[in-house]
Design a protein around this ligand. Structure first.
Ligand code: S3P
Ligand code: PEP
Length: 413
């Protein structure tokens, strides 16, 4: 199925109430399961990945299918390692290409019984009943592939007989997500120490209490891009906080470079861009701490003709799709590109090139990646576009297309 998206030119105004963050929701669900308490979680995300995790945490089936949900798969791998009985954890074909070896090795050192059912180092997994799980309490783990492995271990840590001393090796990717995990653990009464590359969590009990999920800053990014592309903007996004546990809240700072101002109040934020605000010729950002914003910014740069120099994109190749390749293929449809710059030092740099040009209506493929669909949607501010398999957005933001209609987009299926 293909969706056609367009919007008459003019000021971007209106109001959107953003749903809860899937990252925060998934952590709250895990902690609730580990705490054994039954506290309410308010404003839980309606993201498919969250709905799935909630269901899988309750299932009595022995085969658990986490679909395309990375955090769900990684968090459950750790969780099931300490559950009685034998379970199979599987996912989509893409999930079977997303590495899990670093987490499996770490869990095996803690006493988990995990077997690979297909390719070594990748899902699906058979996770058996543990034998003295958690007797070892010191682990060293590579931190340069996915922070989700570290979050998964940290949430188990206080429930282990000796707690956990986690030594992070190498560059730490997606660090704010580890901080988010520790922050939620603190909210539920669990303390930790983090010194340089070592995180120590002593054995403790989670204290169950009601929790409210913040709105999703990653989802907000698509509106920020629209605000940057619009000739003038006055748009409200409800549910966001300045003091957020989400690393993607850095958006408010990032987007000032595109003339988008963020005004915080009790209800959320008001985005403003004045008519005639200039867009930068160049924009440089390191996305190591906020990888989920990279696609939004790549498309935004192409739309306004800014030359974007990006680094910290290493993890993008192992997410829902190879996001670098997907961006390259789709940006080319509108006269733009994302090219890898010749190596200069330790970091790898990419640059967005060109400014969007529309011949006829472009059709963007989405590669089973919600963020491809949502990152390209703001281009409909400039010209009608088509999005293939628009239902991919359900992974994190099921109401995305409905919400766009509230701010003047025409959505035709
Ligand atoms: O822990 C989390 O909630 C997430 C961590 C990040 O993944 P990586 O740590 O694999 O980069 C991020 O890209 C993903 O969308 C959500
Ligand atoms: C990478 C993402 O999710 P996950 O790794 O949880 O599948 C994402 O939502 O962009």
């Amino acid at each position: 199925m293909t969706l056609t998206l367009s919007r008459p030119e003019g000021t971007l105004t209106g109001e959107i109430t953003l749903a809860g963050s899937k990252s925060i929701s998934n952590r709250a669900l895990m902690i609730r399961a580990l705490s054994g308490a039954d506290f309410p979680i308010h404003k839980l995300a309606n993201a498919r990945d969250t709905v799935l995790l909630e269901a899988l945490l309750q299932t009595t089936d022995h085969t658990l299918d986490a679909g395309a949900a990375g955090t769900t798969f990684r968090f459950l791998t750790a969780y099931l390692s300490m559950q009685p009985g034998e379970q199979v954890l599987t996912g989509t074909e893409r999930m079977k290409q997303r590495p899990i070896g670093v987490l499996v090795d770490a869990l095996r050192k803690l006493g988990a019984k995990i077997d690979y059912l297909e390719q070594q180092g990748y899902p699906p997994l058979r996770i058996g009943a543990p034998d003295g799980f958690g007797k070892a309490n010191t682990l060293s783990i590579a931190a340069n592939t996915s922070s989700q492995y570290i979050s998964a271990l940290l949430m188990l840590a206080p429930t282990l007989p000796e707690g956990l001393r986690l030594q992070l090796e190498g560059e730490i990717v997606s660090r704010p997500y580890i901080e988010m995990t520790l922050s939620l653990m603190s909210y539920f009464g669990v303390s930790h120490q983090w010194e340089e590359q070592t995180i120590i969590v002593p054995p403790q009990s989670y204290v169950g209490k009601p929790f409210t999920v913040e709105a999703d800053w990653s989802a907000a990014s698509y509106y920020y891009a629209m605000a940057a592309i619009a000739p003038e903007t006055d748009l409200r996004l409800n549910g966001l906080f300045r003091e957020s546990v989400q690393g993607d809240a850095v958006l408010s700072e990032m987007m000032t470079e595109f003339g988008v101002e963020t005004h915080f109040d009790e209800a959320g934020v008001r985005l403003k861009k004045r008519a005639g605000a200039e867009v930068p010729d160049e924009f440089t950002w390191d996305f190591l701490k906020c990888p989920d914003l990279a696609q939004t910014l790549a498309v935004c740069c192409a739309a306004v003709g800014t030359s974007g120099t990006f680094c910290g994109l290493e993890t993008l190749r192992i997410k829902e799709t190879d996001r670098i390749l997907a961006l390259q293929q789709e940006l080319q449809k509108v006269n733009a590109n994302l090219i890898e710059l010749p190596p200069t030092g330790e970091r790898t740099y990419f640059q967005t090139q060109g400014k969007t040009l529309f011949g006829s209506t472009p059709t963007f493929a989405t590669y089973e990646d919600h963020r491809m669909a949502m990152a390209f949607a703001p281009l409909a501010m400039q010209h009608p576009i088509e999005i293939e398999e628009p239902e991919v957005v359900v992974k994190s933001y099921p109401d995305f297309w409905k919400d766009l209609q509230k701010i003047g987009f025409e959505v035709v299926r």
